[in-house]
Design a protein. Structure first.
Length: 75
């Protein structure tokens, strides 16, 4: 039976493409479009889970990821 896991994905524009990051595992990928960057990151994450042993997953996994917006003074 296949399990699933909910992970955070952050996608940022960089030059002519996009960079995608999963902060829980510090795994990144890229693509020419948002969809491609997301898809490539999902592929990289699935390959990681297929090949990493349990101790590596536990060592790398950080479940205390907070994504917030803050207001700052700029002038």
């Amino acid at each position: 039976m296949t399990q699933t896991k909910q992970l955070t994905v952050i996608i940022e524009r960089e030059d002519d493409g996009y960079v995608s990051l999963c902060p829980e595992l510090d795994i990144a990928s890229q693509g020419d479009t948002i969809e491609e960057a997301r898809s490539n990151l999902i592929e990289a994450l699935e390959l990681f889970f297929e090949t990493a042993d349990a101790s590596e997953i536990e060592r790398r996994f950080n479940n205390e990821v907070l994504v917030e917006r803050v207001e700052v003074k700029v002038g």
